[in-house]
Ligand binder design. Structure first.
Ligand code: AMP
Length: 302
């Protein structure tokens, strides 16, 4: 399948309509580019659910804070197009900012409640930027199946709720986090990490894995689950924004003194040097990011 690059809203809208006009389903994969295998897993899923896949590349200014990495965020369009060609993407929509935010625009989309905890307080206006751009992308794509990663768990929940609340004709699909062999979640921001920082970043999948092990061993006390993880995070010397156990649907943090149920979100955000990384597992649902050392040792016994 040949790939078409669309630079304007009008072009991409026409292309999406053309797909539907022949009775075919459109798959949509919104990204900020600097594509990696995690993005490509979303493309593969979209291809399995739709006849033609469109991937969008837009580094959305309104979801970055004033002291965040908007200016230095990796922009690798030529390579991204090549990866999209190889992955069987039919359409790439890579607009300029003025296409998505026309002169004089005054509108933001806000989802209440789900944006209050976790990344919300640490990145004021971030989710309004996300929901605004994603609703614009949906407005241009029209009816489709849109695929997102659970790596950005809170973002996925916020987008699901926005889509439902605004009655948008979009099916939302969430996919598991793709990780490197050592357990680190793939992220475009990993490109910022020095070798030493990348090593320290591994404390995140280690911490999540420690929580998964404790949970699997029957631990349900919030303080204990957190304790299991904080030891690992401390060892990595991360500057933590948060390490929070929360209800996996409403994203309400659970009190330290209490206990959790059979599904629990454990989400972590922190800085390794200047790079902010996020990761999460749903305890009771997701596998450990790193297979436990004990298991490996046992497995290697004669
Ligand atoms: P981004 O380009 O970082 O905005 O991400 C675009 C989409 O890819 C979002 O739906 C992310 O959740 C998803 N994504 C990013 N990293 C991963 C990963 N390691 N595994 C699966 N999906 C991912």
């Amino acid at each position: 399948m040949t790939l078409t690059l669309h630079r304007t809203v009008a072009e991409f809208r026409r292309a999406a309509e053309a797909v539907r006009s022949t009775g075919k389903r459109l798959g949509l994969v919104p990204t900020m580019g600097a594509l990696h295998a995690g993005h490509l897993s979303l493309v593969a899923e979209a291809r399995s659910r739709a006849a033609e896949v469109a991937l969008t590349i837009f580094v959305n200014p309104t979801q970055f804070g004033p002291n965040e990495d908007f200016a230095r965020y990796p922009r690798t369009l030529e390579r991204d197009l090549e990866l999209c060609r190889e992955a069987g993407v039919a359409h790439v929509f890579a607009p300029e900012a003025r296409e998505m935010y026309p002169e004089g625009e005054r509108t933001r989309v806000h989802v209440d409640g789900l944006t209050a905890a976790l990344c919300g307080p640490h990145r004021p206006n971030h989710f309004d930027g996300v929901t605004t751009i994603v609703s614009k992308l949906f407005a241009v794509s029209g009816e489709c199946v849109a695929v997102f990663g659970r790596k950005d768990y809170q973002q996925l929940k916020v987008i699901e709720r926005m889509t439902r609340d605004l009655l948008l004709p979009i099916e939302i699909v969430g996919l598991p986090t793709l990780r490197d062999a050592d357990g680190l979640a793939l992220s475009s921001r990993n490109a910022y990490l020095s070798a030493e920082e990348r090593e320290r970043a591994l404390s995140i999948p280690r911490a999540l894995s420690a929580a998964v092990s404790a949970f699997a061993a029957g631990e349900r006390r919030i303080a204990r689950l957190k304790q299991a993880a904080l030891g690992e995070l401390g060892a990595g010397g991360l500057r933590l924004d948060y390490a929070t156990l929360a209800d996996p649907d409403e994203l309400l943090p659970l009190p330290e003194g209490g206990s959790g149920g059979e599904r629990l979100l454990f989400a972590v955000a922190g800085f390794v040097g200047k790079t902010r990384l996020i990761d999460n597992v749903v305890l009771g649902e997701d596998p450990a990011p790193i297979a436990s050392q004990k298991k490996l040792e046992q497995g290697s016994l004669p």
